[in-house]
Design a protein around this ligand. Structure first.
Ligand SMILES: Nc1ncnc2c1ncn2[C@@H]1O[C@H](COP(=O)(O)OP(=O)(O)OP(=O)(O)O)[C@@H](O)[C@H]1O
Length: 247
């Protein structure tokens, strides 16, 4: 059986007249964690935004479980196709409480279903659970990221797009977030993630995709890349770091 969940087929997309994804094609498997790598500006975040309908696809197709979703908007993707997007940075309503942020996350479900699901989600995040009535802005960075992931999980998504979840978090919290993503994938959720913390992310991911100038330059099992002696040169010092060394 074909286990492709996400498929980019020759996708051209960008901002205004400036194209960032240049005929990008790749596949990500169902129930796996696929990591998007590449130098700054390669188009990694743009892949997530384009998939989530925030950028227009100028050419090519995007498919989800074989269904053409090209041109679908964020709301349709979220509600009808079960795609959740956790963008980079802070995306909570800081003045509202943890509970209120969760209620807003479930707005498309209706309050009855949302209230029934909130306790399930909180079981995953004991520290957030203890602070239900605190303002979201009063939580630590790690707790806020956990709340954002929890808010996305309320919708029981089949696909999670997550952009640099480790930014601003301590290594211990990053490990918690990665463990959670691993567990979700093992339970069948497809995860497509951008992460600068390349070595830690490769340890928990299944597959790695590398972009350069909006094109696919490599797709490999994450473990193979982790043991590749060129990894430092390729992804930790920028794609051209080796070439830039003085003779
Ligand atoms: N809203 C925007 N308007 C115009 N150009 C943008 C916008 N957002 C991003 N870009 C440009 O698109 C290119 C790709 O950006 P993107 O954020 O996808 O890269 P990235 O691979 O995720 O990089 P990074 O690792 O630095 O986050 C960059 O040149 C960036 O300047």
């Amino acid at each position: 059986m074909d286990d492709t969940c996400i498929e980019f087929d020759n996708v051209l997309a960008g901002y205004g007249d400036f194209m960032i994804l240049n005929n990008l094609s790749f596949k990500a498997r169902r129930g796996k964690i696929t990591l998007l790598l590449g130098p700054n500006g390669a188009g990694k975040s743009t892949v997530l935004k384009t998939l989530f309908g925030l950028l227009k696809v100028r050419q090519g197709r995007i498919r989800l479980d074989g269904q053409d979703i090209t041109g679908a908007g964020a709301k349709e993707l979220l509600v009808q196709h079960g795609v959740a997007f956790v963008p980079q940075g802070r995306n909570l309503f800081g003045q509202l409480t943890v509970w209120e942020n969760l209620e807003l996350g479930g707005i498309t479900l209706g309050m009855k279903t949302t209230h029934a699901r909130i306790p399930e989600v909180l079981e995953l995040f004991p520290r957030v659970k203890e602070r239900l009535h605190s303002r979201a802005s009063a939580l630590s960075g790690g707790e806020q990221k956990q709340l954002e992931v929890g808010r996305a999980l309320l919708l029981r998504p089949k696909v999670i797009l997550i952009d640099e979840p480790s930014i601003g978090l301590s290594p211990l919290v990053v490990a918690d977030v990665f463990r959670l993503l691993r567990r979700l994938a093992d339970e069948g959720t497809t995860v497509l993630m951008v992460e600068q913390n390349v070595k830690s992310a490769l340890k928990m991911a299944d597959e790695a995709i590398a972009l350069e100038s909006g094109r696919l330059v490599l797709q490999k099992p994450a473990g193979d890349l982790l043991s590749d002696p060129n990894i430092e040169r390729l992804f930790l010092g920028g794609a051209h770091a080796g070439a830039a060394q003085p003779a």
